[in-house]
Design a protein around this ligand. Sequence first.
Ligand code: NAG
Ligand code: NAG
Length: 331
Amino acid sequence: MMILHVLIFALFVVSSSADKCADCLANGKHWCVTVGQCGFSPCLTTITKALNCPSLPDKAHAYNDTFARTKIIVTNAASYTMTPQKCFDSQMSTMKVSKIINVNCDRYGPEAKCFSFTAVDTVQKVLLITFRGTIGNTQLTEEILDFFHGKKQFFDSGNVFEYFYDAFLFQWNGGMQQDLRKLKYQYPDYELWVTGHSMGGAIASIAASYVVKIGLFNADNIKLITLGQPRTGDYEYAKWHDATFKYSFRVVHHRDIAAHIPPMEGQDELFHHRTEVWYNNNMTIGQPYELCAEADGLYCSNQQVDLSQEDHYYYYGIHFVDWGLAGCPNI
Ligand SMILES: *[C@@H]1O[C@H](CO)[C@@H](O)[C@H](O)[C@H]1NC(C)=O
Ligand SMILES: *[C@@H]1O[C@H](CO)[C@@H](O)[C@H](O)[C@H]1NC(C)=O
């Protein structure tokens, strides 16, 4: 009973301070998180962007560590092999790969392959699309993000990083669209899971948004979970995303560098959408995580200065790329 009271009180504080914060910013002042007051100064931690006003997803759309740890990690591990069905046969046998897409997705540099697949599970009543991250160190980090600046308009909802949008469209037009439309026609009421790791996480964000924009899926029927997703779009895109998706989580492992590129400031002015789930630990079973109340503030993983490449490949306590390559054996 005591716990319930504390919980209700905590929820009340979060939601009412979110309203106050939004009102405060609308009046052209800053919100001081440290003391929970408008315009208070000097202030240790201030919020100046409305998307950072503290709020958390509602209970009906809560993050589920077990779900991510047992299902989302399997599908991401599967995406690093040319035969993703092997991982499902081993760990989630009701999931059946429908279509594999493996196309060149770089129209500037040397050929780079993007890999993704669609799948269907008639027991869990789920359609699934998954986007692989970059392989090797060349495709992601510095190369793409330093050289291919440029944003592309995303319908009427801001801009997304052009390289990611193009990579999505190559895959969408390279077989995903046709197959997903067919699956949607066959299984109109199924939920859609969208996931990806690294650059695949950014593409997953765009894919989930795209299928809503074209009216193929209702956002309420989509679960979007990304691992180590780089910044994908600008503030306007994040704003639309947060207003549209009830179930959207960006999982960040400890000091994973990918969640911090491209930088927020600078010529692209990218901004993360909600909701970051930050594991400030090795992510083994039972380790705690933080649901981050700000979209992209000086909060959760953004407080880290010492970033890591290695943390990018370990999620939920395993090197899941190697695990996928091995066919996802029981461990
Ligand atoms: C969390 O996910 C697991 C695995 O999918 C599921 O069995 C469990 O019921 C879920 N828990 C909640 C509270 O939804
Ligand atoms: C993960 O962290 C926990 C808590 O610090 C520790 O007990 C455990 O040994 C660590 N596991 C691995 C595989 O590093």
